[in-house]
Write a protein that binds this ligand. Sequence first.
Ligand SMILES: [Cu+2]
Length: 187
Amino acid sequence: MKHSMTKVAALVFAITPVAATALASGVAGAAAPSHVTEHMRLITGKMAHKSGWPKITNSSWTVHKGETVTVQIVSYDDGTAPLMGQYMKYANVMGTTNGKELVNGLSVSNVSDINIAHTFTIAKLGFNMPIPVAPTGKSIVVTATFKATKTGTFVWNCFAPCGSSPAGMGGAMKGMDWMTGKVKVAQ
Ligand SMILES: [Cu+2]
């Protein structure tokens, strides 16, 4: 695992200049909007010593209205959890500045359902990042950018059935700071 961490660091540096091009232009009479990046890791339950439970950490963070926010999730989860029913729409990238996300630097607008491990979805903001399965023993880096235009505290969820219970919608799916958390957009 230490070996793959080194590779991840290299990818992060490679992606940064691309994300920087998403900077919005300034608004007359207002301070120029800033660009922040939120880094998260998606680990499997085994790594966190909790059998079967996947987890996204940091699960909660705060940004400010007017900021351009790049969300970067490094995922180590090699298990698939295909979307079902009403949640199948979350195979599509939603609410990003260009309608795309970067998966290991490759720009995509959706992930095939069978390759989905999780989603990072802020439903109230219409923002969705499908997270593909990572190759076993390796990680993937998924990056997407949105503009924070609305203040409030917004719950994010994973809508892939990655948890416990027969339908896969229990356990981590309902556990705060596991497959759900909060994003605050402050004034
Ligand atoms: Cu999940």
